[in-house]
Design a binder for this molecule. Structure first.
Ligand code: SAH
Length: 285
């Protein structure tokens, strides 16, 4: 998908917003959008400015906008569970995904993280995705292509990453797999010294096993595990408070920095709060 501006055109993805619900669709001439409040012909949307409110056959109001990255990944067809937008933002910064970086990821799932990685590394970088399930891979490739177009610098490997990693000296590796600890030994060759390992796991047992594997191998420093809690607030008249509901848990993120030497006593293993967090706490209390 091109990031277009101006009037909404045929062939573009758009989002029709009810008050809180979102419908993702591709504008096609003579097609009709149906939902529980009637229907709306695509022809009535084509040619309108972004941000226009349209009315369905049953009087439902629909706000037409182009999808943001987050709208798109939350609504695109999914094979596997995606990494949530709140986590993707942090992953890009904590794993320090930079323009031109060579990144390995596993598995591709629905392609949500892959889109973010490809955008972040730009045309000069490389993203290699390992995936075992062919049906997930083809769904993911379609999702990626629809949003950012075909990318020459994206390599898909239909391979089980538990059997090894073919790449060497890459800059970053991001794992979103059931058993990431099984990959740790291969990351020593796959990552260059100074490279960053990041793993995303829903349960703390998975995070714990991954941290143990990273510590055992002694080639990693600054190992840390954290989670991101995003708590939205209601701000309306005197009701100024957190919403009663939130997404309470998605996953734990474990990060580590690949260092060069194999040392017995790795004093950079991180078991305590970072200096930055400690300083902030000190200034609060
Ligand atoms: N990060 C993805 C979601 C990944 S879901 C997203 O944001 O959309 C986990 C994926 O890992 C699934 O597609 C699963 O098929 C794949 N997978 C599981 N074990 C694997 C292995 N050993 N090697 C490669 N891929 C694997």
């Amino acid at each position: 998908m091109q990031r277009n501006k101006g009037k909404l055109k045929e062939g573009e993805w758009i989002v029709l917003w009810e008050e809180k619900r979102r419908h993702l669709l591709k504008l096609e001439r003579d097609k009709i959008f149906y939902y529980n409040k009637g229907h709306l012909p695509h022809n009535e949307i084509i040619g309108k400015e972004e941000g226009t409110t349209l009315v369905s056959s049953h009087g439902g109001k629909l706000l037409a906008l182009r999808p943001t990255f987050s709208d798109y990944i939350l609504e695109m067809p999914r094979g596997a569970q995606i990494i949530y937008p709140k986590d993707i933002g942090v992953i890009l910064v904590w794993a320090d995904i930079y323009e031109g970086a060579k990144v390995i990821e596993a598995g591709i799932g629905s392609g949500a993280l892959t889109i973010a990685l490809l955008k972040a590394v730009g045309e000069k970088g490389i993203v290699v995705s390992y995936e075992v399930r062919e049906n997930f891979a083809s769904r993911a490739l379609k999702n990626i292509e629809e949003f950012i177009g075909k990318r020459e610098n994206h390599i898909l490997k239909l391979k089980d990453i538990y059997n090894g990693i073919e790449e060497e000296n890459f800059d970053r590796i991001i794992l979103d797999l059931p058993e990431p600890w099984r990959v740790v030994e291969y990351t020593i060759k796959a990552l260059r010294p100074g490279g960053i390992f990041l793993s995303y796991s829903p349960t703390i047992i998975q995070a714990k096993k991954t941290v143990s594997a990273l510590k055992n191998i002694s080639c990693y420093a600054f190992i840390e595990t954290f989670e991101i809690l995003l708590r939205p607030w209601q701000i309306e008249n005197l009701s100024v408070r957190p919403y009663h509901r939130m997404v309470a848990h998605t996953a734990f993120i474990t990060c580590a920095r690949r260092i060069r030497t194999e040392i017995k006593e790795n004093k950079f293993l991180k078991d305590e709060l970072s200096e930055e967090v400690e300083e902030n706490l000190e200034s609060i209390f």
